[in-house]
Write a protein that binds this ligand. Structure first.
Ligand SMILES: Nc1nc2c(c(=O)[nH]1)N[C@H]1C(S)=C(S)[C@@H](COP(=O)(O)OP(=O)(O)OC[C@H]3O[C@@H](n4cnc5c(=O)[nH]c(N)nc54)[C@H](O)[C@@H]3O)O[C@H]1N2
Ligand SMILES: Nc1nc2c(c(=O)[nH]1)N[C@H]1C(S)=C(S)[C@@H](COP(=O)(O)OP(=O)(O)OC[C@H]3O[C@@H](n4cnc5c(=O)[nH]c(N)nc54)[C@H](O)[C@@H]3O)O[C@H]1N2
Ligand SMILES: [Mo]
Length: 763
């Protein structure tokens, strides 16, 4: 365990002047239009527009500036003055652009006109919207609906998403994989299994009611920076924070509030984590078992001595099943096994257990560090086990807090973007739109990629995203993507997926969230759902980057009209002209979740979609919350071997997924490059690698296929032995599409088995 008070300060606290500098740098390099500051001022406030970066909730009592460094970067990246017009293609071929970095592709600016790929010249050329729709519809009509995929990446609002899912079903499939298949699918499946909820159970007030946070593999400083404010407030009122992460992430170490003039003037810094446990990658099952073991021991002692019990037996008996088998594993697993698998000592885990037992209410926060593993589902179940030992689900200040990714990733699932037919009220769709929705399950992202490799997937429509770059097995993906009959991408900026056009290929440019959405009946609002299941309206007010841009709702309606046609119950024109009519349809489809949707659209802090588990109503098979007895002590699918490392793929502080804003990961002290490998110094010595020497990662995935990534500068880093880290998406060439969570198929991006080789001669 590291006592965070002793940490070196060279990287500087999160927040503070550094974050303002970060914003200023983007301001300089993304060439924002005038008025961008006004746009930022409206960000995440009722009646304003909701940030299109992460899904962190927007409070009712907002700050003067309710945006963070990375939310500002996102907005400035979107509102740039740079334009990627059709003229760009006079100077560049698609083949040439494949050598460009992700950053440089998006840096060309906002896409301004619909484009069609022209194979003869290897360029995209401008095309009229109607011509594009007619060709796309004709191509889709020739294809078997089973061979077509409708992907969505979590950006588009509820209105566009609802119609997009409807469009796929009218066309004839449930092939609606989404970006959450690569991130919190483990939650959607794993949490559902144990507490009957596919989403978290806490709301905003719980952040202020709690006296303890346990963090597992989520990095708020970079990925949900506005979370740092409630964390700082919690610390100031004496709450405890215990963190498990192989890497010491600055945002979980300390924070200077950029909203506080006093803190900014004095540099007054709040220590975030009271205990920071650098668990081995994939070692959380053992760590959580160790903590649970200490709790069970304390409870056994209390039972013997007649002291008040430590576990919440009233909760356990009334609300749960499976406790006996779980207790047995806790009692029968030795501390030496726990220590070996977690990389932490008994003493460290007992310290964590002590804080857990002293807390009245505990929130369990987690992210990709738990979900992106071969046994990620078990990780999630173990966190539920730990919380349930003391009744920490469904009481004020306590609960499960999976921190979601894209701004509307959770909401897209809520309104029907789902490949699993049983998650969608098909009867309601049948009744409302007078058609027979397909009943067969559609393709998960892993199935879709496998289908692309096998040639059975022949066309993809992408509502946002950069799928070629985001999924495992990137090399194979590039070839397979380009072999399709049709690729259609609704995008704001140029990205690598556009550079592998199918036989027929279109880029359809859309308006961004911050932009005005004028339609036949006037300017429209859209809506999103955040990580706490709160629904917010969002109104853009900037002039769109080009007159030719259409909204995401507009594009979906246009496609619907061209592909399906209008009918009495399918009034694409009316929906496109007035989004409140789409919200009425959403309410009619999901009456419990969206009661009085239009009336409540701009409620400060959003309105809550009721989550039964929060009220201790368990929608599981048994009607109870489930304790899971672990059948293993780690979340990886391979055995330890002396030459094998567990590779964690990281996000830098200067990227949003495959969008690379720049090359400064200041919290980790890495500047000017992304081609790095973070390693423990003792591991470097064993392999005879010097600082900055070039290394290659060689993947040891179970299928034995050759996968290698070279040119990585080795950086000595405070990281557990046997764990190494490098950046996503660069490392995606190393992951096999077969390597994923057992129950949800979430790719195992945080536990890739690799060997390390010297790459070239010694410097
Ligand atoms: N600025 C910015 N914001 C974003 C994004 C972005 O790219 N940039 N992406 C958005 C999206 S789509 C998502 S899903 C979220 C992702 O946000 P997070 O869930 O925070 O995801 P990551 O940064 O991939 O990984 C989180 C942490 O897991 C740790 N970790 C790795 N392996 C393990 C392990 O085995 N055990 C434990 N305990 N920890 C481990 C890593 O060190 C890292 O600190 O963020 C969203 N917000
Ligand atoms: N190795 C590894 N792989 C990973 C991960 C990891 O941690 N490690 N994380 C996974 C996760 S959690 C996720 S969510 C995926 C994400 O991966 P992606 O789906 O690729 O992420 P996006 O950020 O949605 O994609 C960026 C593109 O979206 C388009 N875009 C931006 N804004 C908008 C908009 O408002 N509307 C529309 N229509 N388009 C827009 C732009 O053209 C931009 O180029 O990657 C996954 N892959
Ligand atoms: Mo994500």
């Amino acid at each position: 365990m590291t006592d965070t008070r002793d940490l070196p300060k060279e990287a500087g606290p999160s927040g503070g002047w550094g974050s303002l500098r970060g914003i200023a740098e983007v301001f300089g390099s993304a060439s924002p239009e005038m008025g961008a500051l006004d746009t930022l001022r409206r960000q995440n406030k009722p009646g304003g527009f909701m940030c299109s970066s992460c899904a962190w909730p927007k409070p009712a009592n907002y700050h003067h500036f309710e945006f963070c460094e990375n939310g500002a970067k996102r907005t400035l990246w979107e509102t740039t003055r740079d334009r990627c017009t059709p003229a760009f293609w006079e100077d560049h071929t698609v083949a040439e652009l494949r050598d460009w970095a992700d950053h440089d592709l998006e840096k060309t600016g906002r896409l301004t006109a619909p484009l069609r790929y022209d194979a003869a010249t290897d360029r995209y050329v401008e095309v009229g919207w109607d011509e594009a729709y007619a060709d796309i519809a004709a191509t889709l009509k020739r294809l078997d609906p089973k061979s077509v995929v409708f992907y969505a990446s979590g950006h588009a609002g509820l209105e566009a998403s609802y119609l997009y899912a409807l469009l796929a079903r009218l066309y004839g499939n449930n092939n609606l994989p989404q970006s959450s298949n690569m991130c919190h699918e483990t939650t959607s499946v794993g949490l559902q299994k144990v507490i009957g909820s596919p989403v978290g159970t806490i709301i905003w007030d719980d952040l202020y009611d709690t006296d303890c946070f346990f963090f597992f593999g989520q990095n708020p400083g970079t990925n949900s920076p506005r979370f740092l404010h409630p964390l700082k407030d919690a610390k100031e009122r004496g709450a405890k924070i215990v963190t498990f992460n192989p890497i010491r992430e600055q945002g979980l170490v300390s924070f200077v509030d950029p909203q506080s003039p006093y803190a900014m003037a004095t540099g007054a810094e709040v220590t975030i984590s009271d205990q920071y446990h650098q668990v081995r990658a994939g070692g959380d099952v053992a760590a959580m078992l160790g903590i649970s073991k200490a709790v069970v021991e304390a409870d056994d002692d209390a039972a013997q001595s007649g002291a008040p019990r430590v576990m919440d037996w009233e909760f356990i008996e009334e609300h749960t099943t499976g406790i006996d088998a779980f207790l047995e594993v806790c009692r029968n697993t030795s501390w030496s096994e726990v220590e070996r698998e977690s990389g932490l000592t008994e003493g460290e885990l007992r310290n964590a257990a002590q804080v857990y037992m002293e807390a009245r209410a505990v929130i369990g926060v987690y992210g990709m560090g738990l979900t992106q593993h071969a046994h990620g589902g078990l990780n999630v179940a173990m966190l539920a086990n730990l919380l349930m030992l003391r009744g920490n689900i469904g009481k004020p200040g306590a609960g499960m807090c999976p921190v979601r990714g894209h701004s509307n990733v959770q909401g897209q699932r809520t309104v029907g973007i789902a490949e699993k037919a049983k998650l969608v009220p098909m009867d309601k769709l049948r009744e409302l739109f007078d058609f027979d929705p397909p009943t067969e399950d559609g393709l998960h992202i892993v199935d879709a990629v496998q289908g692309l490799f096998a040639g059975s997937v022949k066309a993809t429509i992408s509502l946002g995203g950069n799928l070629v770059r985001a999924v495992p097995d990137m090399d194979r993906m590039e070839t397979a993507w380009a072999a399709q009959e049709l690729t259609v991408m609704v995008s704001t900026k140029l990205n690598r997926s556009h550079l592998f056009p199918g036989k027929t290929a279109y880029i359809l440019p859309c308006r961004a969230r911050a932009e005005k959405d004028a339609q036949a009946t006037g300017d429209q609002a859209i809506s999103i759902e955040d990580s706490f299941s709160m629904i917010h309206g969002s109104i853009g007010n900037r002039e769109p980057a080009s007159e030719q841009l259409r909204s995401e709702v507009g594009i979906v309606c246009d496609l619907g009209r061209a592909l399906i046609g209008s009918r009495p119950r399918l009034d694409w024109d009316a929906w496109q002209g007035d989004y409140s009519l789409i919200r009425d349809l959403i309410e009619a489809t999901y009456p419990d979740d969206f009661r009085d949707f239009n009336g409540r659209l701009h409620e400060p802090g959003g309105f809550w979609r009721v989550i039964p588990a929060r009220k201790r109503v368990w929608q599981t098979e048994s009607g109870k919350a489930v304790f899971t007895a672990p059948d293993r002590l780690n979340s990886v699918s391979y055995e330890d071997r002396a030459d094998l490392f567990r590779l964690v793929t990281l996000r830098s502080n200067d990227q949003f997924n495959t969008t690379i804003y720049g090359y400064s990961d200041r919290f980790r002290g890495i500047e000017g490059t992304r081609d790095v490998l973070l390693m423990n110094e003792a591991d470097m010595a064993d392999l005879g690698l010097a600082r900055d020497e070039k290394a290659a990662l060689v993947s040891e995935e179970a299928d034995g296929r050759h996968r290698r990534l070279g040119g990585l500068a080795v950086i000595p880093y405070e990281i557990p032995r046997g764990t190494v880290a490098s950046y996503y998406p660069e490392c995606n060439v190393l992951i096999s599409i077969e390597h994923h969570d057992k129950i949800s198929k979430t790719p195992a991006s945080k536990s890739i088995p690799v060997r390390i080789e010297r790459d070239g001669a010694r410097p």
